[in-house]
Ligand binder design. Sequence first.
Ligand SMILES: Cc1cc2nc3c(=O)[nH]c(=O)nc-3n(C[C@H](O)[C@H](O)[C@H](O)COP(=O)(O)OP(=O)(O)OC[C@H]3O[C@@H](n4cnc5c(N)ncnc54)[C@H](O)[C@@H]3O)c2cc1C
Length: 455
Amino acid sequence: MENNASRIIDIDTIAGPVFLPGEMGYDEEIAGFQTAYTHRPALVVAARHAEDVRSAVEYAARQGLSVAVQATGHGLSVAAEGGVLISTRRITDIEIDPDARTARIGAGVRAGALVEAAAAHGLAPLNGSSPSVGVVGYLLGGGVSLLARQFGYAAEYVRAIELVTADGRVRRLAPGDELFGATLGTGGNFGVVTALELELVPVTAVYGGQLIFDTPLVQRALEIWRQWSATVPDELTSAVAIMEFPDIPQVPAQLRGRYVASFRIAFNGATEEGERLVAPLRAVGGRLKDDLREMPYTESHTIHSDPDFPHAYAATNAMLRELSADTLAALLKVAGPGAPVQAVLDIRQLGGALSKRGAADIALDHRDAKFVVRVIAMPESGAAVPADLAMVREALAPWTIGHSLNFIYGAGAAADEAQTRAGYAADTYARLAALKAKYDSRNIFRLNRNIVPAN
Ligand SMILES: Cc1cc2nc3c(=O)[nH]c(=O)nc-3n(C[C@H](O)[C@H](O)[C@H](O)COP(=O)(O)OP(=O)(O)OC[C@H]3O[C@@H](n4cnc5c(N)ncnc54)[C@H](O)[C@@H]3O)c2cc1C
């Protein structure tokens, strides 16, 4: 914890509105999607534009305070206890250039707003499963999109970044700049992004949706999906959530309290071809839900139907070189129905274009991973991260080649360090640590999956 109440002076050098603990507006400004862990900064800056961000970073650096950033709170990894929190949720400008097929977005833009804005021009961003996630935070962690296997990591489509670094400078970065590739994949370690430009793709509709199988069919459906996923084209990206639906009114009545396997399909191709491709999955048996269909891209958020209300969660993940029958058995033994670990399991197929590196040399490794297993627990608010998440990591260790930094939530600084290192190849981490020493030697941007500056 930082003891910095005595250093809260000269805040009138910050351009944007500032809230201190106890003041009206503070609690509202720090609130986010994650309710188990909350930033408790010594002051929060409600940034309206780049200059508010710049002046807040300059202030923090001068006062020797840490800087945390929050757009939506979906990806909170290390909660601030003191220091400066920069809240970017008001920076929501979106400019689409339909001829260049690009979007310039502010730091607070959410995926759903960008999907809508791009769709008006027959275009789409490479967004992930939830429309309420912040686009910048998602891209800074790589971005596994709904069509990830066809297009690769969404961060490969970033064309320009506006970044405020620890020296209080606004830098405009382009591919090839030393900090450009390092910024994409490191989740805010090198500064605060105020805006970025990204390429859009000409996708207006997809075939997809969900197939949900009830408890007796879960194991068989998983095994069929495992084998089937090796046969599908890269234009099809799929995932499965294995979970007990909570018995709450927000869940449709037929699913409440049921332990299910829920397959999520997104296919960028003709509907007839999509129907043909999914036939082996449908053949598993009766479904609790089957809404596979051609849909406008603006409905693609229904493919995962992620919860859209703030709640408490903590998560780890493992990127796997393969998903064998033994891998599935080991996973279900530790975290399946009736197993010791109670968590939502979400397995996403990777591979395809995700295996190929783009020209910008972004900081994303483990390109040979074929699947990522996410393990999401629901802790009590403020509770320690459940120890049983580590049990799942151990069970999957024989197949694990690393971790995806976008899918670690609420783990806190200590728990994060080993997983952060395991997010990169050793030489990448060393290169990033050297850059961190050059651009943020005092590590003011440490409230994230932190890369420790090299000595
Ligand atoms: C329900 C749900 C679904 C998800 N689905 C996917 C998915 O399909 N694919 C995928 O790849 N990921 C997915 N994620 C992960 C998500 O992309 C990350 O959690 C991401 O960090 C969220 O960004 P945010 O801005 O919404 O969250 P925030 O908590 O506001 O930010 C998360 C972190 O990002 C960094 N950050 C955010 N904005 C800035 C900025 N302007 N400058 C510098 N650093 C910044 C900070 O380190 C911050 O702590 C999902 C997460 C959730 C909770």
